[in-house]
Write a protein that binds this ligand. Structure first.
Ligand code: SAM
Length: 280
């Protein structure tokens, strides 16, 4: 009987996020396929486990994938882990899952830490519909094409970014979406210096002009507001709420929404105050 591939998420910073099921799956698997065996051995030491390991990363997946698949077809179980977070999410794994799927080998995904969902849930931006964009392409032209394709995106957008590219990426986001778009800059999630800044793209640019970006980042950017009929005060009010959830003051949010929706700033400001007085 064929074995099974387990996708095992690992902490994105806080070892307390190792679940009982994660530890048990790692303990019971016949072998572990790891993005970097030197990183994973530290996790195994923490769990007091000793397991046979093979490397599975983006530079060897063409050869390592079929070799792991052969072992699964012979009945072994394999736990796939990456350096941090959920395998196959901006990390090695999707090709191996596809390979197993095509060969009829069962894949079981264990739920666990994933920077994108931690960031989205903490962002204060609408979570009902979102799009995960991963890392933007390095190549300037491809990067521009991807950002242009998002110009009318109404869903919340999530990006991964490295600290040394953060400033340039904030500049690109400001060009693509306008500097007043609300966003959340989520840094060092689950770690000692965890920080979630809810602000506009311009404010994020100013913040990181004044200080060096350090640590790991997820950027969550509000989608484009629905285009309403000019003068639609209800839509403008909803926009004020959205901007305030992103950290804007009532005054600034009323001014921005009034401009976007072509309504009177003062009327919007007063209605928001009235609604909060009546608990609506
Ligand atoms: N598979 C991982 C997951 O499930 O989140 C993502 C791996 S990807 C190679 C690494 C990127 O994830 C980092 O550059 C950063 O954008 C994001 N990331 C990972 N850990 C994070 C953390 N603790 N805080 C903020 N962002 C994090």
């Amino acid at each position: 009987m064929a074995g099974k591939l387990y996708l095992v998420p690992t902490p994105i910073g806080n070892l307390g996020d190792i679940s009982r099921r994660t530890a048990q799956t790692l303990a019971e698997a016949d072998f572990i396929a790891a993005e970097d065996t030197r990183v994973t051995v530290k996790l195994l030491n923490h769990l007091e486990l000793k397991k046979p390991m093979v490397a599975y990363h983006r530079h060897n997946c063409d050869a390592a994938g079929p070799s792991i698949l052969r072992r699964l077809e012979e009945g072994e179980t394999c736990a796939l882990v990456t350096d941090a977070g959920t395998p196959a999410i901006s990390d090695p794994g999707e090709e191996l899952v596809a390979l197993c799927g095509a060969a009829g080998v069962t894949v079981e995904a264990i739920p666990g830490p994933c920077a994108l969902t931690v960031a989205l849930s903490a962002s204060g931006l609408p979570t009902g519909r979102f799009t995960f964009e991963g890392f933007l392409p390095l190549n300037k032209k491809n990067r521009r094409t991807q950002l242009e394709s998002l110009a009318d995106e109404g869903r919340t957008m999530i990006f991964y970014e490295a600290p040394h590219k953060l400033r340039a990426t904030l500049d690109d986001l400001a060009d693509a979406f306008g500097p007043d778009r609300p966003m959340a800059v989520c840094r060092e999630l689950t770690k000692l210096h965890e920080e979630v800044l809810r602000l506009t793209i311009r404010e994020a640019q100013m913040h990181y002009a004044a200080q060096e970006p350090r640590g790991e980042f997820v950027l969550v950017v509000a989608g484009r507001p629905a285009q309403a009929e000019p003068g639609d005060e209800d839509a403008a009010l909803a926009r004020v709420e959205e901007l305030r959830r992103a950290g804007m003051s009532l005054k600034a949010a009323s001014a921005q929404a009034a401009e976007e929706f072509g309504v009177k700033k003062r009327a919007l400001y007063n209605r928001t105050l009235q609604d909060s007085d009546t608990g609506r």
